[in-house]
Design a protein around this ligand. Structure first.
Ligand code: PEP
Ligand code: MG
Length: 759
């Protein structure tokens, strides 16, 4: 059964349009189950009807002509119940509905399985037989398994369907694709697909501007790959058997003009760029092998794929041209990386889209710090079809519109203008401190990482840096930076903000923050080797970094604070402090004249919430990392779009944990801040102020919004709201209540513009 499932799914995934997808399904299912009928009905949301879309065994002329309304027939009953209905004789069921034009009169046995994608019924898959009998358990299991696996492919085919129509831009209907807000805002522009060192299956199709150039580039890559293979073969002459060495000749032969190379050149001549043409040809061959019955031949697909990746690597290496980005570029990537953020010149960039990742992915946080509207997790977006195509990005709603209509463009142009005016107005609050209407002072600091954050932060009146994500610099490099390289960078940061305090976090890699030169492969990266766990296991990395931080502060009128991420036990703090003390002593012994920096701990693991008091006794300050704390308290991967809806910062458990940490810090009379994204959400900031956080640290994009909200609010009102909220037991109700209060207090504009969905 697994074998059949695998081949049906493979074939369906290869189909290029919805019509073919559905026809393959009905065809293969009927054969695999040896039934007389297999049909698919898809739910039409707009009309609220189940449409008869494909069949084998019933009258194909009725396809597209028949539909059932909600409450009509057995098919819609399967949809309503969202469960399988398996009947010996459908004709005896009270919901049985007979359509003469379908030719159903002879069929009795009926089994309908819902096709569900993200809790939504997309349609119903039906098998029927003349015989009066119940489909047995194995048949039921087969259809349910198949339907569950096909749902994603059907959803994708439905969503991309209109993009596959032939014709001009002007003829195409606009299409909407949904994801999650990564950073708020709206942008209208041209999609550019990022092909930055991607793997072969992710290479997009692009129009070749200069066909001869693409061919020359490809031929150079082939030549280099052939040389590389020949050299490897020569090196292994003495160690391999002749039949194993023969494999190298096979590879070399595949790269001949008469084989793969020739086919790729034909594709380039037809207009695709070299990388896209290579992907097309390699995958055509891979699919060919993989569809073979013989297991040995099927496995050969792996060799072809490997060869393709080799050529691609050379191609990416020899292709050094710079891209001409359109004036309003929306950079679209399979998986946005910090390197992507820096590829497009700032004055040409208006937004980011990422197929993978979620709202609290680190790269989304960096994008927000840049003030770039970003949509994450748009899983159905057909990357390969969108290069240089018109696009609207509505990050407030987490939505992408391709080939927008004139009315849509007009509508969004107004929003873009309104948003720019709102931000400009708020920016004027500049250097003024944040003081509430009843004279309570809240310190608003910034989170930094990219060097570009510095000027924006200072312009927007940051009073200090609450979180400097040092790993961003590590992620942009291709090797570990030396102590001296780090010292220079940290010093620039300290100097730019002096005399304001700067909180430097020690290297926080792992989870979704990977270093290409220090790969960490784990089944569960967010529960694995992350943050302090890595650096305590590699004290040489930790010591070099802390030494660089301390030495960077020499002779500057500044306040350096060092912060430890991902602490889950007091032993980790003791060990880290021992290493920091060692660094400090060494530097003093070397003749340095410096103060010992303050040491702080991030509270971002539930264990640390319960031990907050033990922790704060050991250090100078605490800072809550609410991004991770929410993830770990609610057991929701912050990087996974699939579960983004249950990542809720207003969850009562999260709010109670925050109050508990503040209480612990108060009791020890130490300072407490928060540097998760929550601090930059004006609605949440009101509650955090009421809880008693001394410092709210956020990205510079949100600082003016939070300052505007808090300085026009009163602490007493915020405290009354908090008292109410702490008695509530549901995140949705809490969020609605706070936003209602904010609207009533005149902050509707900010809430509308920062539509922090309870995701
Ligand atoms: C956090 O977890 O809230 C935090 C600020 O750290 P990061 O987002 O870098 O993990
Ligand atoms: Mg964190």
């Amino acid at each position: 059964m697994l074998e059949i499932l695998r081949s049906v799914i493979q074939e369906v995934s290869r189909a290029t349009d919805l019509h073919s997808v559905l026809n393959i399904i009905v065809d293969r299912v009927r054969t695999a189950m040896s039934t007389e009928v297999c049909s698919v009905y898809l739910f039409d949301e707009a009309q609220q009807r189940y449409r008869f879309m494909a069949t084998r065994g019933l009258n194909v002329d009725a396809v597209g002509k028949i539909s059932l309304g909600v409450g009509e027939g057995l098919v819609s009953l399967v949809g309503e119940r969202a469960e399988t209905i398996n009947l010996e004789d459908a004709q005896k069921h009270p919901r049985h509905l007979f359509f003469e034009e379908m030719g159903e009169e002879d069929f009795h046995a009926f089994m309908g399985v819902p096709i569900l994608h993200h809790r939504k019924v997309l349609g119903v898959l039906v098998v029927q037989q003349k015989e009066t009998r119940r489909f047995d358990e194995s048949e039921e299991a087969f259809l349910i398994t198949l339907s569950a696996q096909l749902a994603g492919v059907i959803a994708h085919a439905e969503a991309t369907g209109s993009l596959l129509l032939p014709g001009d831009v002007a003829d195409r209907p606009s299409s909407k694709f949904y994801g999650i807000q990564g950073a708020p805002g709206v942008a209208i522009g041209t999609a550019v697909i990022s092909a930055l060192n991607v793997e072969l299956h992710k290479v997009p199709d692009k129009h070749a501007e200069d066909i001869d150039f693409e061919i020359a580039l490809f031929q150079e890559a082939i030549k280099e790959t052939q040389e590389e293979i020949a050299a490897t073969s020569a090196k292994l002459q003495d160690r391999l058997q002749p039949e194993e060495l023969a494999l190298f000749d096979v590879y070399l032969h595949m790269l001949d003009d008469s084989a793969i190379t020739g086919e790729v050149i034909e594709k380039i001549k037809a207009g695709n760029w070299a990388q896209g043409a290579l992907r097309q040809i390699i995958f055509a061959h891979v699919e060919n092998f993989e569809s073979m019955e013989d297991e040995y031949l099927r496995e050969r697909g792996v060799d072809v794929r490997g060869l393709g990746n080799r050529v691609l690597a050379r191609l990416q290496f020899v292709d050094t041209r710079t891209i001409d980005y359109p004036e309003k570029t929306i950079l679209v990537s399979e998986e946005l990386t910090p390197a992507d953020l820096a590829t497009v010149p700032r004055d040409r960039l208006v937004g980011f889209v990422s197929i993978k990742g979620s709202g609290k992915s680190h790269v989304a946080i960096l994008a927000e710090a840049m003030g770039m509207p970003t949509v994450m997790g748009v899983e159905d977006l057909p990357l390969a079809l969108l290069d240089h195509k018109p696009m609207i990005l509505d990050a407030f709603q987490g939505m992408i519109i391709t080939y927008p209509k004139k009315e849509e463009l007009d509508y969004y142009e107004v929003i873009v203008r309104e948003e720019a005016a709102l931000i400009e107005g708020l920016d004027k609050t500049g250097d003024k401190p944040c003081i509430t209407q009843d004279n309570h002072r809240v310190r608003l600091w910034v989170n930094t990482g990219l060097m570009t954050d510095v000027t924006r932060s200072l312009d927007r009146g940051a009073e200090g840096v609450g979180l400097y994500r040092t790993e961003v610099h590590f992620m942009m490099n291709d090797r570990f930076p030396t102590e001296e390289e780090q010292r220079v960078i940290y010093r620039e940061h300290l100097q730019a903000f002096a005399p304001r305090p700067v909180t430097m976090r020690t290297l926080d890699i792992g989870g979704d923050k990977a270093l290409s030169y220090f790969p960490i492969k784990e089944e569960n990266p967010f529960l694995g080797w992350r943050g302090i766990r890595v650096t305590l296991d590699h004290p040489e990395i930790f010591l070099a970094q802390v030494r660089a931080m301390i030495r960077a502060s020499e002779d500057i009128d500044t306040e350096l604070r060092i912060m430890l991420p991902m602490i889950s036990s007091t032993a980790e703090i003791d060990e880290a402090q021992r290493l920091v003390n060692q660094c400090y002593r060494e530097i003093i012994e070397e003749g340095g004249e410096l103060e010992m920096p303050d040491i702080g701990v991030m509270i971002e693991v539930p264990a640390a919430v319960y031990q907050a008091r033990d922790i704060i006794k050991r250090v100078d300050f605490l800072s809550v990392g609410s991004n991770d704390l929410t993830q770990y308290m609610l057991a929701v991967d912050r990087n996974n779009a699939q579960v983004a809806e249950i990542y809720q910062e207003f969850h009562p458990a999260v709010l109670h944990a925050l109050t508990q940490v503040v209480r612990a810090a108060r009791k020890e009379r130490k300072e407490i801040g928060i540097c998760g994204e929550m601090a930059g959400n004006p609605s949440a900031a009101v509650l955090l102020m009421a809880m008693g956080f001394d410092i709210l640290s956020m990205n510079s994009t949100n600082l003016p919004l939070v300052k505007h909200a808090l300085s026009n609010f009163t602490l007493s009102h915020a405290k009354a709201m908090l008292a109410k909220v702490l008695k509530m037991d549901n995140a949705y109700l809490i969020k609605n209540y706070i936003e209602d209060e904010m609207r009533a207090a005149g902050f509707g504009g900010i809430i509308r513009s920062r539509n922090y969905k309870l995701n």
